[in-house]
Design a protein around this ligand. Structure first.
Ligand code: FES
Length: 182
């Protein structure tokens, strides 16, 4: 039986904090993502990425073959009239290197309302802390009564230069059965 340390908040409180963090981060990124898409296109250093629609998010060495999915932030460059700010987080992806070497990628935003899902290693599935949607490792909805209207949004991932994992990052409208890019 697991014991909480004296400094840890009780389980109910931890659960609340996890949900609150997922809502806040998910909401902030829903606002930031379209802006980030624009600034990526405007940044000369990212033009190649914008043209191909892909960004480097991890190294292959961080993904053991046949291992669990791991979450990585997706970073972009923000440009306004006065400043260029690099490495601004605009979203997150889960990457998993399958047996055989292929890399599978999902947008970490829940298709229900945009909270970030987490990966539950003990249950080998993705779980959204906001309304408990669960997803299998292939992204499919596990519990048909859960509120997510579709599977996790799979993204195109490829390995370049022998060890860089590049992902074509996209956000899709939450709450829709179909995938509608935003
Ligand atoms: S936002 Fe994920 S289940 Fe509602």
């Amino acid at each position: 039986m697991a014991h909480s340390s004296p400094a840890s908040p009780p389980p109910d409180r931890r659960d609340f904090l996890a949900k609150a963090a997922a809502v806040v981060i998910g909401s902030a990124l829903a606002v930031a993502a379209p802006v980030a898409g624009l600034v990526v296109a405007l940044d000369p250093l990212r033009r190649k990425s914008a043209a191909g629609g892909a960004v480097q998010v991890a190294s292959l060495a961080a993904l053991p073959e046949g291992g669990e999915p791991r979450q990585f932030p997706v970073l972009a460059t923000r440009v306004d009239a006065w400043n260029i700010t690099r490495n601004v987080p605009v979203g997150a992806v889960f990457l998993q290197r399958l047996k055989g070497g292929a890399v599978r990628a999902f947008n970490a935003s829940c298709p229900h309302a945009g909270c970030f899902v987490g990966f539950r290693a003990d249950k080998n599935c993705y779980l959204c802390p906001c309304h408990n949607s669960t997803f299998a490792t292939d992204g499919q909805v596990l519990d048909r009564t859960s509120p997510s209207p579709r599977a996790l949004d799979e993204l195109t991932a490829e390995v370049r230069n022998g060890g860089e994992v590049w992902v074509t990052f996209r956000n899709f409208r939450p709450g829709e059965k179909e995938r509608i890019p935003v």
